[in-house]
Write a protein of this length. Structure first.
Length: 301
């Protein structure tokens, strides 16, 4: 009797280096949120964010492994290579954030007042959270574009940087809504417009790449992305000059943190975070522009 099941399964999805990395992601992720849910515990927005990261990344990783093992991804109307590369980079950023936040807010050396058992569970969860990050970073390292290799756009340095740029913009938005007083001057409102515009366009670029619809556009997508990246550099240069002036110059703001400013609800702290990550994103867009001159887009991988 002829076997009909074997040819339909892709064993390389779980035996290749990338497949092993994904199995480790799934194992470490499940272990992390299980430890936290069982005895480690979490609370407030920080703990909820960490649990969301681990469960979300676990669910998508299971979906990816299942689709590749059964070849179901060939039935999806998306660019699978772009999707997996984009998710791996996003999961790396989210998992490293959770790996820093959880121990920072929930781990302590002493047993009082939570008890030694809860403390031990939280320490164990923090260790596995770090392993989750390493596993996702390993996938990014293994799947990134090599020199001279034809690969998906999201696996290139420029594509990966798009994910980082959007992630950094989310950090900026988080600081903006935390009483940053961004509506105090028209100049700072311009900066908010810069952050919003660049974030939206970057997300659109990622979305078109992941869905594999770039070839259907009536304009050259790759050239448009390069032009946009150049424009984003100019916009972020303006924000990098305007924001510090209108927040930290003594004529408009305060060069030093006010003494009576409440911890966690201080506009000056939010303004400082925004200024730092404005320069971070400016650097990312400059590097992106440099690398975008050396790549070719492949929409069907």
């Amino acid at each position: 009797m002829e076997s009909t099941g074997g040819p339909y399964l892709n064993t390389a999805a779980v035996t290749s280096p990338v497949g092993i990395a994904r199995l480790l992601q799934m194992t470490f992720g499940c272990t992390t949120f299980s430890l936290v849910a069982h005895r480690g515990g979490f609370s407030a927005a920080y703990g909820t964010f960490c649990m969301f990261v681990w469960t979300f990344c676990f669910a998508i990783t299971v979906f990816i492994i299942t689709c590749e093992f059964t070849h179901l991804h060939s039935c999806l109307s998306i660019s699978w290579g772009n999707f997996t590369a984009a998710f791996a980079m996003l999961a790396t950023l989210m998992s490293v954030t959770a790996a820093v936040i959880y121990p920072l807010y929930f781990v302590q050396l002493g047993c009082y007042p939570i008890g030694c058992e809860v403390r031990d569970f939280r320490i164990a969860a923090s260790v596995f959270a770090g392993l989750v990050f390493i596993a996702y970073a390993a996938e990014v390292f293994l799947t990134r574009a090599k020199p001279g290799q034809v690969t998906s756009y999201m696996a290139t340095v420029s594509g990966l940087l798009k994910i980082v740029q959007a992630f950094v913009a989310c950090i900026i938005f988080g600081a903006l809504v935390n009483d940053s007083q961004h509506d105090k001057y028209v100049a700072t409102q311009w900066c908010v417009a810069v952050y919003s515009f660049c974030f939206v366009v970057t997300v659109v670029v990622v979305a078109f790449s992941v869905t594999g619809k770039t070839a259907l556009l009536w304009f050259p997508f790759e050239r448009s992305v390069v032009i946009y990246t150049f424009g984003a550099v100019l916009l972020y240069v303006s924000a990098a000059v305007i924001w510090p002036v209108f927040c930290f110059d003594s004529k408009y703001g305060s060069p030093r943190r006010p003494d009576l400013c409440a911890k966690g609800r201080c506009p000056w702290d939010s303004q400082l975070v925004i200024a730092i990550f404005t320069y971070v994103n400016l650097l990312l867009y400059i590097v992106d522009l440099a690398y975008s001159q050396r790549i070719r887009f492949v929409s069907h991988l």
